[in-house]
Write a protein that binds this ligand. Structure first.
Ligand code: SAH
Ligand code: SF4
Ligand code: F3S
Length: 444
């Protein structure tokens, strides 16, 4: 933490996905350029920012709950400034709730106009009024915002914004706007700069990275980008999130064999194993298409780890549909999965569908799915005992200061004893014990 020389402090809380996490790094950079410094203690902050998510109802409920508890703080500190931004603020309904029930909020902005924050702060300070500023769509890509990144050795890099897919359950296209790819020159320049400053691992961010390039004026695809990033000295690991099965090309599968820096892990959300449900979700692939991708990948890269997202209880999901999902899980053998109970999002097509599934049924299916996933995850991890993995050391374990944690190339969390000087370096760890979600080993 930097020294506070009478500077104003800010506290930022991020909800949601990596997109929001990275946006918070940009907000942080903007604020530090305005001479604010970060504090981890919300009670001492002069400026509190909530960067919000609304992908599921519970994400929204959390934001309103936390905002409610700031009322007291605002009463105690007259000059405390509060801003709410992020995906929730792209929805008029959510903005109206803030404006009517959380009047202690001073600034509201969205996902497309982060660069305007200095102006919005000044407007508020000069007028004392609540400032609401939203761009309804992505318009042009703003390139001159830098990021105050959390780690020096690994970094998120946006390659595209928005989403054109309109999966029927999903609110993201309504908050992040239409698909828009960043120019490759800007991406490469950013990664070269990161590498110069010691960054070893980049995670390329986009809602559907496989369709990267479609909005560019030149003929340049996601795999072209991967090939160019693979040439950058200093970068040792490339990851990306997220790809959509409908656009996953054979060319991308080949990259796993040809690009030495591309990590052996693919996060490929399947959502459901039932063709009927996939169709209702507007996913544009079948269970068979998905399995074909996985089989091709595994043929080429036998040790690749595959992770996914699954939604349980989409409207009309029968026991048979759910069993199709369980069967698919057993066939693919995912290393891990994010599992979600379907949540109604007003404004999406699925919100209006009949046959919404009873909560009890959803929870029972969720439990059965989790048990199956965990069993498989443990079995896959057990196969790693005795193997030596390359680990990028990330931090000291929160529970034991003698233990370091890091990620293997196939994205497994690895714990081992070591000195904190190793943070940021790539080491070899021999795996000795495994659990469902973590591996334990010793430095070799
Ligand atoms: N663009 C990414 C992820 C977007 S949101 C992708 O397409 O993979 C992350 C995950 O949240 C989705 O993959 C989906 O599994 C889940 N999700 C989105 N909307 C949801 C909803 N209404 N209810 C439950 N889960 C949802
Ligand atoms: Fe949502 Fe589908 Fe777009 Fe992912 S691809 S952000 S799930 S609409
Ligand atoms: Fe991410 Fe939530 Fe927005 S999942 S894109 S922060 S709605």
């Amino acid at each position: 933490m930097k020294e506070n020389k009478g500077q104003k402090t800010y506290f930022i809380k991020t909800y949601g996905c990596q997109m929001n996490e990275h946006d918070s790094e940009k907000i942080s950079w903007i604020l530090e350029n305005m001479n604010y410094i970060e504090t981890q203690n919300i009670e001492e902050a002069d400026f509190i920012i909530y960067n919000t998510c609304l992908v599921r109802e519970n994400a929204e409920v959390k934001v309103y709950g936390n905002l409610g508890s700031l009322k007291q703080l605002k009463r105690q500190k007259a000059d405390l400034m509060i801003a709410v931004c992020g995906c929730m603020m792209q929805r008029e309904e959510a903005r109206n709730v803030i404006l009517s029930k959380h009047r202690h909020v001073d600034i509201i902005f969205g996902t497309h106009n982060i660069h305007k924050l200095p102006q919005l702060i000044n407007n508020h300070l000069q007028t004392g009024e609540t400032i609401v500023d939203i761009f309804e769509d992505g318009r042009e890509i703003i390139e001159n915002i830098n990021s105050n990144r959390k780690y020096s050795y690994k970094a998120f890099v946006n390659i595209m914004y928005g989403c054109n897919n309109f999966c029927t359950y999903c609110i993201v296209p309504y908050t992040r706007g239409r698909e828009n790819s960043r120019d490759p020159e800007n991406i490469i320049k950013e990664i070269e700069e990161l590498a110069k400053n010691g960054c070893k691992e980049v995670t390329l961010l986009g809602q559907n990275v496989n369709s990267y390039g479609k909005t560019l004026k030149t003929d340049y695809s996601f795999t072209d980008l991967l090939k160019d990033i693979n040439k950058i000295d200093g970068i040792e690991r490339i990851r990306f999130m997220t790809s959509h099965p409908k656009d996953l090309s054979d060319e991308l599968i080949n990259c796993y064999a040809t690009l030495d820096k591309l990590c052996g892990h693919l996060h490929l959300p399947v959502q459901s194993g039932s063709n009927k449900v996939l169709k209702e979700m507007n996913r544009n692939y079948t269970k068979e298409d998905y399995l074909k991708i996985i089989n091709n990948l595994k043929k080429l890269v036998p040790n690749i780890s595959i992770t996914t997202d699954i939604i349980i209880g989409f409207p009309g999901e029968t026991e048979e549909d759910f069993n199709d999902t369980l069967e698919l899980v057993k066939e693919v053998r995912f290393d891990s999965a994010f599992t979600f109970l379907y949540s109604i999002r007003e404004g999406t097509k699925a919100a209006k569908m009949e046959n919404q599934i009873d909560d009890k049924v959803k929870h029972s299916r969720f439990q059965r799915l989790t048990d199956t996933l965990n069993e498989i995850a443990l079995e896959l991890n057990q196969k790693l005992v005795g193997k030596t993995l390359e680990v990028l050391v990330e931090e000291v374990s929160k529970n034991n200061t003698e233990v370091l944690t890091g990620r293997s190339r196939n994205n497994k969390l690895v714990h081992f004893k070591g000195n904190e000087d190793l943070i940021g370096s790539i080491v070899s760890v021999k795996i000795e014990n495994v659990k469902t979600f973590t591996l334990e080993g010793s430095l070799v």
